[in-house]
Design a binder for this molecule. Structure first.
Ligand code: GLC
Length: 666
């Protein structure tokens, strides 16, 4: 074919117009190479007290290390995860269920022995499951020998391992704490973050319970002792740590009072901590050095170890602050600070406070949150998402809508970033009810419906219907928290092999993610949609996961309580084929061809669609082919350009003329 100058000019102009109007093609950027296990895989959080009582050597009503070992196969083969994070298993008086540690290098006897632990690690390794421990650096138990020595007298060498201060004297000569700092776990309306110690007439600071005195991380002896704790477990073969309560590790060296929160209202106990703005007890300068120090220790054992920080953003800690704890490429800090955005979007407060404004159906807001997070991360940093943990109401209870819970789980495993899931969420376990006499968490004892009460999300896992303990423990054994009566309806065994179940959905999405490079390591781009009826536009979230190949995944999620019809605006020219791989409404839809320009979604319904499309590399085999293709499609290019310019505007230029079909709600 002969190429004239005029034709070439037309082609060039058309291409420029197309490029300018249609923004960047997703094929332009190269996808990241496959990463480490914690980048391509999935982390499953085990709350050991509630996971499985192996009844070996005998039943205790509390979960055990042997119980975890027994379920490793299930975790790998049924759920499909490659990493577990185990909440604390160390020796502890259990005032905060293991987050109050009295010996960092011993196992709490009810969980088992060190030999059980070694066996667990060996078994996990055999199955290719990585193990993350929970590292609790902010505080010890008040029964830890370090603290017992510290409180024994002011001159004890351990005195300075904790945060001791002299108190103030009140108007009526009463003893008052050194300043106004509060505890996150208020026992009463005073909410003192300090406890008075008679023997030495001083107060010690505790950000959490009075049984959890804060360590003094400005003391180098503390730092090196805690580094040795990391080394102890790394030597045993663990693959990394989740670092507990990280922003609270340092306090203002001047011990200044914190300012009152002008927006504070609410219950003085359950919301007591929020009365102040924590500018002197959270996110203090020096934290970056601390995490760098931990990172160095972890790296002594290899570059594949992971360090994940627990950091919730609040009115002191911004999202940028959270992200700053990735460090720099030259000097990395956390492998990932947890990203709690999805927890707050699928809002836990709303589950038990009807006055909290919450809209977990607001997909435009979700798009904003995810886009902002993605855009804020340095290119080398690994994003991550979390939907639940042992401190917040279970996802299924927060949403109280099975269809929407299925959508949320699908998002967790298709967004760009390492997903972390909470045990039991894979089969949609709900919060249990814990009657007054059986409440365990001190926060539940002060206020069961309060924000900080955590027994409901910690009731034992519902494995099967073999006994009234849902297979969690032996028949007739009193479990540490009661097994929810819902186990009859919701349990893992009943869901296995049932294609309509949550467990089946979760394992299929995970399998797809694990198999597909575009999903576990590809890039992310949110997509525009045209929704009918138009007023539900803000309820639909669509995004693309892609790499350098010409197969990508489009995820379309309708969070609305109503059915919609969606036209997805993909950022590439020609779709050759779109096949639904996951359908949260109907698992049998899988592998059917769908039309992304005309997608019917039920209420709370998502699809994950594999899309094969033309891209630069397939067109670009030779210049001759490119020119021929362009000449042949010059007309189409112009049409696409016009379409992109006018068809993209959401409310104008594109509308279904027909009245939308009534979508069959089964
Ligand atoms: C973290 C843990 C929580 C614990 C607290 C004190 O937030 O997740 O369960 O109570 O730290 O260690």
């Amino acid at each position: 074919m002969k190429v004239t100058a005029a034709t070439a000019a037309i082609v060039a102009t058309a291409v420029v117009v197309l490029a300018a109007v249609c923004a960047a093609s997703p094929t332009a950027a190269a996808s990241p190479a496959d990463g480490q296990w914690w980048q391509t895989g999935i982390v499953y959080q085990i709350y050991p007290r509630s996971f499985l009582d192996a009844c070996s050597p005998n039943c205790t009503g509390t979960g055990s290390l042997r119980g975890i070992e027994r379920k490793l196969q299930y975790l790998r083969d049924t759920v499909g995860v490659n990493a577990i994070w185990i909440s604390p298993i160390y020796e502890s008086p259990m005032a905060d269920f293991g987050y109050d540690i009295s010996n960092y290098t011993a196992i709490w006897p009810t969980f088992g022995t060190m030999e059980d632990f070694d066996n667990l690690i060996a078994a996990a390794k055999k199955l290719g499951i990585h193990v993350l421990m929970d590292f609790v650096p902010n505080h010890t138990s008040n029964q830890h020998p370090w603290f017992l020595a510290s409180r024994s007298n002011k001159t004890n060498p351990y005195r300075d391992w904790y945060v001791w201060r002299q108190g103030r004297i009140g108007k009526d000569s009463e003893k008052l704490p050194p300043n106004n700092w509060r505890t996150i776990f208020c026992p009463d309306a005073n909410c003192y973050g300090w406890t008075y110690d008679n023997a030495t007439d001083e107060w010690y600071y505790h950000c959490f319970l009075t049984q959890q005195p804060d360590l003094n991380w400005t003391n180098p002896d503390v730092v090196s002792a805690m580094h040795d704790v990391l080394r102890f477990w790394l030597r045993k073969g663990v693959d990394g740590f989740r670092v507990d309560a990280f922003p609270n590790i340092l306090e203002d060296p001047q011990f200044r009072d914190e300012p009152l929160n002008p927006n504070w209202h609410g219950d003085p106990v359950t919301q007591g901590y929020e009365k102040l703005i924590h500018i002197y007890t959270e996110n203090q300068p020096g934290l970056h050095d601390i995490v760098r120090g931990m990172r160095k220790v972890v790296q002594e054992f290899g570059d594949d170890k992971a360090l994940i920080g627990e950091i919730y953003p609040d009115n002191v800690i911004t999202e940028e602050d959270v992200i700053s704890f990735y460090g720099t490429e030259e000097e990395p800090e956390f492998s990932m600070p947890f990203n709690m955005n999805l927890i707050s979007f699928f809002d836990y407060a709303a589950a038990f406070d009807p006055t909290v404004h919450n809209n977990p159906r607001n997909a435009s807001r979700l798009r904003e949150i995810v886009d902002h997070y993605n855009a804020s991360l340095p290119a080398w940093a690994q994003p991550n998402f979390v939907l639940g943990n042992h401190d917040v109401r279970r996802l299924a209870s927060r949403l109280n809508d099975t269809a929407l819970t299925r959508v949320a789980n699908t998002l967790l495993f298709t967004l760009r970033g390492t997903p972390t899931m909470y045990n039991g969420d894979e089969f949609g376990q709900k919060d249990g009810y814990v009657p007054p006499g059986r409440r365990q968490d001190p926060n539940c004892k002060t206020n069961y419906t309060g924000l900080r009460c955590r027994d409901p999300e910690r009731t034992p896992l519902q494995w099967d219907t073999s006994n009234a303990n849902a297979g969690f423990s032996g028949a007739g054994v009193e479990t540490w928290l009661p097994v929810s009566s819902d186990y009859v309806h919701t349990n893992a065994a009943a869901q296995m092999g049932d294609p309509t179940s949550m467990l089946d959905l979760v394992s299929r999405v995970i399998a797809l993610r694990t198999r597909e490079h575009a999903l576990h390591s590809g890039l992310y781009q949110s997509l525009d949609v045209v929704v009918t009826p138009a007023h539900l536009t803000d309820n639909v979230f669509a995004f693309l996961r892609y790499n350098e190949s010409n197969t990508a995944y489009v995820v379309v999620a309708n969070l609305a309580d109503h059915p919609v019809r969606v036209q997805v605006i993909p950022p590439f020219d020609v779709i050759q084929r779109s096949v639904a791989h996951i359908d949260t409404f109907n698992s049998s839809v899988v592998n059917s061809t769908v039309n992304l320009s005309f997608l019917h979604l039920h209420r709370a319904h998502a699809q994950v669609v594999a899309v094969r499309y033309h891209n630069e590399s397939t067109k670009n085999t030779t210049v001759g082919v490119v020119v021929a293709a362009l000449l042949g499609t010059v007309f189409m290019v112009a049409v696409v350009a016009v379409y992109c310019k006018f068809g993209r505007a959401k409310d104008t230029g594109y509308a279904y003329t027909a009245v939308p079909d009534v979508i069959d709600e089964r």
